[in-house]
Design a protein around this ligand. Structure first.
Ligand SMILES: Nc1ncnc2c1ncn2[C@@H]1O[C@H](COP(=O)(O)OP(=O)(O)OP(=O)(O)O)[C@@H](O)[C@H]1O
Length: 601
């Protein structure tokens, strides 16, 4: 439903989910060495951070206050050296972490893509392509951010925080306790903020999903939008979704800014406390001036990771939601038929035909086939049909009757629910899917072309098929128009073949079927009408295509199948009539009526 809110497939989970992270850990495991090396740098980085204020203290107390110049340049050099070392260590650590992140993303992407490829036609019927694309791109990108945004180095932050607390307590217990009196408030703010943020993020993500789903549909259907003057309404709807997205972002920005401001002011309060209490201590002589400066420096270093908290929080929450979605997809086991062993099934009581390997004449056999796309809503109700080797059988009937479904079952895009289909005596479900698909060539009603050359589109890159490209094109008569193209077989086909006419696309798809040289051909004739000249071309192409092959053809133009060996009329999921053109015409039934309708003019 366009304009709808059905796209909110958003799972907004927790900030940290042990189950998800545990599973994610398996992907990091192969790169544990690099990861451990990066983590091993953390204590060193912490030391460089912690030692800077300490050097300041030494310089102030040991030299500046005493007016002792000697040794000061060495301290300054040490300070510089430590800063340099910190930058170097940070670089090495960030590099290693993002490297691991990229590897992990690569692995998950590959696994997910191969997984999706094995899912069933039924799955693709129900899943919008846009959502699969975002699973493979943006969702995985978010996982990479976990490495880039310093989530892994939170351990390092904790190390620094603990170090700071330790050093401060060691330097001056009382002053430390006074300074840390702001901590309970800080902890309370951080926790409450987490809950507010969670609610706000949920809104943002679900509205973002709406927005991108709308965009995918609207841009994909731009021709319809323009032809029916729907631009203004589409723009209005887009504005609405866009606005609601922006509105959802406002609380997030508010909370984010508020957290920043609160942490900032608490850190100032802490500094003020140091100056107030520490100043007194200096006057009393119980604290050195250098220690006071070091305290102020430490407290600033203490608050800086807390300030980044909200950014880290949002990355983490996003990553959990993405992990959940990626894993849900990986857990989807709606396999393509044949990827798993066929379930147990009942034998057909009285088979309509038996196709045996030794009986070379009976090639394909549909035995009392029942099939429903959804539940018990049967689209085919007990269809039986047999085809002998080399025969051309045509399926005709009114639209929605179930003809295409018959061809989908034969190529095993779906499995039958009751009954069976056999080829040379072997049930399709007992045949390796690859073997079946090698034997059957399918020409779809709406031929799909990929971007690439014509030669690629005919061979799909298969080395065997590649050798037969030109020969195949000649068989279906596609060579005539291809030769006239400036680059011939190397002419670029753009996405979905937009730079070719419907007839040309058909001819290319015929050539594709021939190039793979299947013994059985399944052909779903295009419903789109082409002009008479193209129709003649296509007709000739079809003849070339069907030459010497067992063919099951769904025919919309009855003129194309007058010479079929047999014609089956599929009416509301059942085979209503079967016979040759002449027999069916003589019977004056459904076929006769269909024929009359088409040739009335
Ligand atoms: N993927 C699908 N999911 C659910 N229902 C489907 C699906 N494909 C087809 N159907 C339904 O199954 C029925 C038969 O469709 P099918 O495409 O086999 O008809 P057809 O005879 O080939 O029609 P046409 O002549 O228009 O191509 C129709 O009612 C259709 O709505």
């Amino acid at each position: 439903m366009h304009f709808g809110g059905i796209y909110e497939d958003e799972v907004v989970g927790k900030m940290y989910d042990r189950r998800l992270m545990g599973r994610f850990f398996a992907y990091i495991l192969p790169y544990r060495r690099t990861l451990v090396s990066a983590l091993a740098l953390l204590p060193f980085i912490a030391v460089t951070k912690l030692s800077q204020p300490w050097i300041l203290k030494m310089a102030i107390d040991g030299h500046i206050v005493k007016g002792q110049m000697e040794g000061l340049p060495a301290l300054a050099a040490a300070f510089l050296g430590i800063i340099f070392a910190e930058s170097l260590l940070m670089f090495a650590q960030v590099y290693m972490l993002t490297w691991v992140g990229q590897r992990v993303m690569y692995d998950i992407r590959v696994q997910l893509f191969t997984h999706i490829q094995r899912l069933s036609a039924r799955f693709f019927d129900q899943t919008p392509v846009g959502s699969l694309v975002s699973r493979l791109t943006s969702d995985i990108e978010v996982l990479g951010e976990m490495f880039a945004a310093g989530i892994v180095t939170v351990v390092g932050d904790i190390l620094v925080l603990a170090g700071i607390v330790g050093i401060m307590l060691w330097m001056n217990v009382k002053l430390s306790l006074v300074t840390f009196s702001v901590l309970p408030l800080l902890i309370w703010v951080a926790f409450s903020f987490r809950n507010w943020m969670r609610v706000a993020f949920r809104q943002v993500r679900s509205r973002q999903a709406n927005l991108s789903a709308f965009l995918t549909e609207s841009l994909g259907g731009m021709a319809v939008v323009q032809l029916f003057n729907r631009e203004r309404d589409e723009a209005k709807e887009f504005q609405r979704l866009n606005k609601s997205y922006v509105e959802a972002n406002l609380p997030v920005i508010t909370w984010d800014a508020a957290l920043y401001a609160v942490v900032e002011s608490l850190s100032s309060v802490a500094v003020a406390l140091i100056i107030w209490y520490g100043g007194g201590e200096i006057i009393k002589g119980t604290l050195s001036f250098g220690a006071l400066v070091a305290f102020i420096q430490y407290i600033e270093k203490f608050f800086s990771p807390i300030r980044d908290l909200s950014a880290k929080y949002s990355v983490m929450q996003g990553a959990m939601a993405s992990l959940e979605r990626v894993f849900t997809l990986l857990d989807n086991k709606e396999w393509e038929p044949g990827a798993v062993p066929a379930p147990k099934r009942e034998e057909v009581a009285a088979p309509a035909c038996v196709s045996a390997p030794q009986n070379a004449l009976q090639s394909i056999c549909f035995n009392d086939v029942w099939f429903a796309y959804n539940g018990e809503d049967y689209v085919l109700k007990g269809v039986s049909l047999q085809m002998k080797r080399g025969e051309k059988v045509a399926l005709v009937g009114e639209t929605g009757g179930g003809k295409t479904t018959v061809t989908r079952l034969l190529s095993r895009l779906y499995d039958v629910q009751r009954g069976s289909i056999t080829i040379d005596g072997t049930d399709l479900r007992d045949m390796p899917l690859q073997q079946l698909r090698r034997r059957i060539g399918v020409v779809l009603q709406d031929p799909y072309l990929f971007s690439g050359t014509i030669a690629y589109n005919i061979s799909l890159g298969d080395p065997e098929a590649m050798k037969r490209v030109e020969q195949a094109a000649a068989v279906v008569g596609a060579d005539r128009f291809i030769r006239e193209l400036p680059k011939g077989y190397d002419e670029e086909v753009r996405e979905r073949g937009v730079n070719f006419s419907a007839g040309e696309r058909q001819l290319i798809s015929f050539a594709r079927a021939v190039a793979f040289d299947p013994e059985i051909l399944v052909l779903d004739e295009a419903t789109a009408s082409v002009d008479t000249a193209s129709e003649r071309l296509i007709q000739q192409g079809l003849e070339g295509l069907m030459q010497g092959r067992t063919t099951l053809v769904v025919a919309h133009r009855l003129s194309t199948i007058r010479d079929a060996d047999r014609i089956a009329v599929i009416h509301r999921g059942e085979k209503a009539e079967e016979g040759t053109h002449a027999e069916l015409m003589a019977a004056r039934g459904l076929y006769y009526r269909l024929y009359q309708l088409q040739f009335k003019d």
